[in-house]
Design a protein around this ligand. Structure first.
Ligand code: ADP
Ligand code: ZN
Ligand code: ZN
Length: 847
């Protein structure tokens, strides 16, 4: 098709620009512009980045008023067609602008910034619509000597984009002259998009002569050019392109020698692209597929059927920890690759440990790209390019790896599918599970959602009688693949401990357990439920708590820097030594829970080696891995940590797992708190006795009768789910409804209050008009209710007050669209740019 017009979504995040704009495709770009191309386009007085989302032979709009695309930013479009479609779906589903959805899909390295360059006006295309006749036919101004020098310099360097900084460095003290030239219209300023990261290149050398010509060349060197001759001889001998660096170190010659050789035309020096491979220094031991267990065989066959038929199919793989789910992932991926298709493996960021990477690298070698947030921007860009250019077949990564630009996706695996980190908390507030299912439908691919504790949403969908053709099929694995047994779990009632006079944070059972491990030379993992624990500073005398002046939240104490920081806005102050309110010296740091536990451990067990893993000890790149490696090498008796220690770790000598306070997450005001607690306990418990040695788990709690704790201790997912679903149903919470959380914010509280009331009223009115509004107890399928407005759990962040309202609905209502349109109408009417409405569809955190 001969397309003249590109429809472009521009990177201008405002409500008015959330639609495609039409641009003319210049002839020179005709062969290159595709849907998914990234372009630089004029927009107002700027150049902005944009994505081509459609091509048209013509446009309804006035052709003459349209501007041409200014730059094509990549020869190969960064987004394949299916991702552009997916972005459209995301923008609708999550009520966000298209540009946010598109930007979420490309690596940071490609999020370009506009840079300003100086050009000669005469180089500007005279057919440009915007140029006035005056500019075209004006008599060239007479230039002074200084001015002429500048113009000559730019002319001479015409091929190099000239930045303002470069030019002023060349002509120091002549800023005014340059400005004068700009004002006179001799020079002009243009903008270009600049990518954040360049492809990495190295210089390479190749001989350009061979055979007789080579003989003649070798004979032509004079005695002084002995070194050049040596280089050429060497190049002819190796016969391939080699890196300049290698050549220099092998022969001990200088770069100048090689350059002279190149000037004579006997060798070619080029820049060759290299891939930064973060894992290149590591050798991965090759592994072969294990003979499948009976359970694995059944599961494998079911998934293979779907893979072979090249049709959509989703599976919920509910398998206890150690049942061999990862082995199933790897074997189904192998089958997928053998069909010529590609696979994505999603893992929670926190479990993207070297162990996990090692397993996939060991099985698939250089067919795997790893997308890890701890990689540098450049490294991540290179991994991404391997995928886009079809050089790998498997991508493993956290949430955003769901956008891996494969062209023929056959399988998407989502491990630990219940993890909240699959939900992105910033715009676009997408859930990778829903995106995965959508993308799989587009590709007619299979999806495996794996977990030992599936989310209630997935489990309910798989069990529901709704006859939903997209619902996942439930597959179960109930035995450990290695034949080892699940650990025995003991619940300790901490109230009882206190009654018996034990004031320590360790129960007698846990204390004895750690002691026994120390004696036997085995290892323990101690887990502190971080949620709900804080690290605030409080005055024991007057009760003063250090809080952020701009956010209604207490400041967090950081031991390393000895200061107090706000986790929301970054505000920081030095830690006080006396109370700022009453001057008392009894101001205490309720240090991170883990620090306290560590201190207590050293007191109780002198000489104990504790490896502490929490946000404070893992901020540096690679520190997480180092700590785990140290524990594996048995340089520690105890691994102590927060959520980080709960996931995916597998150490043969760990025979004791202790949970210091199981119930802190139960007190969290969130309808999912029982589910989260159950999941966490099951996961932590799964760390013990994974190999020959039997495992033991001690759970300390103040609520020993809570059903999430009771069922976790008997490894009984089904009973937990049955009980939890009853609660959810009674209160109309997901999975029996869906939620949309709307947060409104403004600096002025009274104004915000009024707007929040208005918003809720408008929304209710619209829902009533549509016949959707009603009580959730109603016996209808399609119904929508609105709760609030109420102050948000964190009522102020960065000096902005926050109110929220919750939309609860079920059935096939397009509630997101309704909320979005009410919000937009209101924002348009308000004309107050500091008033913000944020929409979170299917929120995971209710704040
Ligand atoms: P999960 O992902 O369900 O926790 P893994 O795949 O990590 O389980 O398997 C747990 C352990 O069992 C691993 O050490 C793994 O090597 C082993 N394993 C898995 N499948 C088999 C099998 N078919 N035969 C023998 N060992 C297996
Ligand atoms: Zn005080
Ligand atoms: Zn703050």
């Amino acid at each position: 098709m001969n397309c003249k017009i590109a429809r472009v979504i521009v990177d201008v995040p405002s409500r008015d620009t959330d639609r495609p704009f039409d641009y003319i495709i210049p002839d020179t770009m005709k062969d290159w512009i595709e849907i998914g191309s990234r372009v630089g386009v004029p927009f107002g007085h700027r150049t902005v980045q944009g994505f081509v989302i459609d091509l048209r032979p013509d446009s309804e709009l006035n052709f003459a008023r349209m501007k041409p695309i200014q730059e094509l930013l990549d020869l190969m479009p960064p987004l394949p067609l299916d991702l552009v479609k997916l972005a459209e779906w995301m923008s609708h589903r999550y009520a966000c602008s298209m540009i946010f959805a598109l930007q979420a899909m490309i690596p940071t390295a490609l999020k370009g910034k506009a840079e300003r360059y100086i050009q000669l006006q005469e180089d500007i295309d005279p057919t440009d619509e915007d140029q006035t006749d005056e500019a075209l036919y004006a008599v060239p101004p007479l230039l002074t000597g200084e001015e002429e020098q500048i113009v000559a310099y730019i002319k001479a360097n015409g091929s190099v984009p000239m930045t303002m900084a470069h030019l002023s460095a060349q002509f120091p003290g002549q800023g005014e002259t340059i400005k004068g030239l700009l004002r006179a219209g001799v020079l002009t300023e243009t903008q270009m998009i600049k990518d954040k990261v360049r492809k990495k290149t190295v210089k390479t050398v190749t001989a350009t002569v061979s055979g007789e010509a080579a003989e003649a060349a070798l004979a032509s060197f004079s005695a002084q050019a002995r070194r050049q001759k040596e280089v050429l001889e060497f190049l002819l001998e190796v016969g391939v392109t080699i890196s300049l660096q290698e050549l220099l170190t092998t022969l001990g010659v200088t770069a100048g020698t090689v350059k002279k050789l190149a000037e004579k035309g006997f060798a070619l020096i080029e820049d060759a692209e290299v891939f930064r491979d973060p894992y290149q220094d590591r050798r991965f031991k090759r592994t072969e597929p294990l003979p499948r267990t009976l359970e694995q065989e059944l599961v494998y066959n079911k998934i293979s059927e779907v893979l072979d038929s090249r049709s959509y199919g989703a599976f919920l793989l509910h398998g206890i920890t150690g049942s061999g789910k990862t082995e199933v992932y790897m074997q189904t991926i192998e089958r997928c690759i053998s069909l010529g298709r590609q696979a994505i493996v999603l893992v929670p960021e926190i479990s993207l440990t070297p162990q996990m990477v090692e397993r996939f690298k060991g099985r698939f070698g250089n067919k795997v790209a790893v997308m890890h947030s701890r990689l540098s921007t450049g490294e991540r860009y290179d991994e991404w390019r391997k995928i886009r250019e079809g050089r790998v077949q498997v991508a493993i990564g956290a949430r955003s790896a769901i956008f891996a630009p494969f062209s023929d996706l056959g399988l998407i695996v989502m491990d630990e599918e219940h993890e909240t980190s699959y939900k992105q908390e910033e715009t676009p507030k997408y859930h990778a599970r829903d995106v995965a299912i959508r993308r799989a439908k587009q590709h007619h691919a299979a999806v495996i959602l794996g977990s030992a504790t599936p989310s209630l949403e997935s489990y309910h969908a798989a069990r529901s009688l709704d006859n939903d053709q997209y619902a996942p099929i439930l597959l179960e694995m109930n035995a450990r693949a290695s034949g080892s047994r699940l650990p025995s779990i003991q619940i300790v009632d901490m109230r009882e401990e206190l009654r018996e006079g034990n004031r320590s944070m360790f129960s007698r059972q846990l204390h004895a357990g750690i002691e026994a491990r120390l004696e036997r030379g085995e290892q323990s993992v101690l887990f502190l439920n971080r949620r709900g624990f804080s690290t605030f500073v409080m005055c024991r005398t007057c009760g003063y708590v250090a809080g952020c002046p701009d956010c209604d939240i207490s400041l967090t104490y950081h031991q390393k820097s000895n200061n107090l920081r706000c986790h929301y806005c970054g505000y920081a102050v030095p830690a006080p030594s006396v109370c700022p309110e009453c001057g008392s010296e009894h101001i205490r740091y309720f240090g991170t829970g883990t620090q306290r536990v560590e201190t207590e451990l050293s007191k109780l067990f002198p000489g104990i080696r504790v490896i502490r893993m929490d946000v404070d000890t893992t901020t540096e790149k690679g520190s997480h891995e180092k700590l785990l490696q140290a524990f594996r090498e048995k340089k520690g008796d105890v691994l102590l940590g927060t959520q980080m220690v709960a996931k995916g770790l597998d150490f043969p000598d760990v025979t004791l797992v202790g949970v210091i306070a199981a119930d802190t997450s139960l007190n969290f005001p969130d309808f999912r708190s029982a589910e989260k607690t159950f999941q966490l306990l099951t996961q932590v418990a799964g760390r013990a006795g994974r190999h020959q040695l039997p495992g033991e788990v001690v759970i300390q709690t103040y609520i020993p009768d809570h059903y999430s704790i009771v069922h976790a201790s008997s490894h009984d997912y089904n009973s937990f789910v049955r009980e939890e679903l009853l609660h959810r149903k009674a209160l109309h919470y997901p999975p029996y409804s869906r939620l949309i959380l709307v947060t409104l914010s403004h600096e002025k509280l009274p104004l915000l209050l009024r707007m929040a009331e208005n918003f809720t009223a408008n929304l209710r009115g619209k829902a009533q008009q549509l016949g959707w509004f009603g009580n959730m107890d109603r016996f209808t399928r399609d119904v929508l209710d609105i709760l609030g407005p109420v102050a948000s759990p964190i009522p102020r962040i960065k000096n902005r007050y926050r109110f929220q309202c919750m939309v609860k609905y079920r059935g096939s209502l397009d509630a997101a669209e309704l909320v979005r349109s009410v919000a937009e109408t209101m924002l348009n009417d308000m004309r107050d740019s500091s008033f913000q409405i944020s929409i979170d569809v299917d929120p995971q955190m209710l704040m």
